[in-house]
Unconditional design. Structure first.
Length: 251
């Protein structure tokens, strides 16, 4: 995935995928992610997939599929619930380093990102150029094949890598993800156990950070390996929506 511009909160994103090549054992596809209203390109990605041979003796399909009855959770689906009001204000981003913000999030002194309330993603550790996030593998995040959707696992790795880069950021420096490459190693059942993503910065320059992440299941086996790059943007708002004035720094 290559990220070209931030997506606006409240916008509707559309993903247009197409197969480039489908062979006997390997397929290649690509996707264009657009802002539906502005038609601006948000991201572009490619994917290589394995094509498995058909089952030798597939089961007979039922004459009449069972009627799906959605479970009653007593509340709206997570994406339909109101967004949390608690969010880190720009003043905090301007005054504290990325490492200090993450330390306070781990300690519960600053709120977690809104994505935490939607998926359960949570920061568990942050160090010098490192970050660790846990994610419960719940059925809310499953694909139709009853496996955790690959993009969710890639999102967890991406979040961890951006946080690792954030630990190297000074006050008033925003971070924008540039690209993400993910290699999937094994499927993940939605059994409620935690996936753990550990990320580290392998290179940090004045403007670009290169990171890598490893996501493991409850048995400690790797399920995804990822690399990514991000850009440091001094004087930009944390939401990348505009510029902010940097105050004088000590020293």
């Amino acid at each position: 995935m290559s990220f070209l511009r931030p997506a606006r909160p409240g916008a509707t994103l559309t993903a247009h995928g197409q197969a480039i090549h489908v062979g006997r054992s390997v397929a290649l596809s690509e996707v264009f992610v657009l802002d539906r209203d502005s038609e601006l390109l948000i991201a572009h990605g490619t994917s290589r997939l394995s094509v498995f041979p058909p089952l030798a003796d597939p089961p007979e399909p039922p004459e009449r599929p069972p009627v799906f009855e959605p479970p009653d959770y007593g509340s709206p689906d997570p994406f339909e619930r109101p967004a949390p009001e608690a969010i880190i204000p720009q003043q905090v981003w301007s005054e504290l380093s990325g490492a200090e913000i993450l330390r306070r999030q781990v300690a519960g002194e600053l709120p977690p990102p809104p994505l935490h309330h939607l998926t359960g993603l949570r920061l568990t550790e942050a160090g010098d150029g490192t970050a660790t996030f846990a994610l419960p593998a719940t059925e809310w995040l499953a694909s139709p094949a009853r496996r955790l959707q690959g993009g969710v696992i890639a999102m967890q790795a991406d979040f961890a890598m951006l946080a690792a880069a954030e630990t190297m950021a000074a006050p008033g420096v925003a971070i924008a993800g540039l690209d993400l490459k993910a290699n999937f190693l094994r499927p993940v059942p939605p059994d409620g156990s935690d996936l753990v993503a550990r990320a580290e910065v392998i290179h940090s320059g004045r403007t670009i950070a290169i990171t890598r992440a490893r996501v493991t299941n409850a048995e400690g086996k790797p399920v995804l390996l990822a690399t990514g790059s991000s850009m440091y943007l001094p004087g930009r708002a944390a939401d990348l929506g505009g510029e902010v004035e940097l105050g004088p720094r000590e020293g």
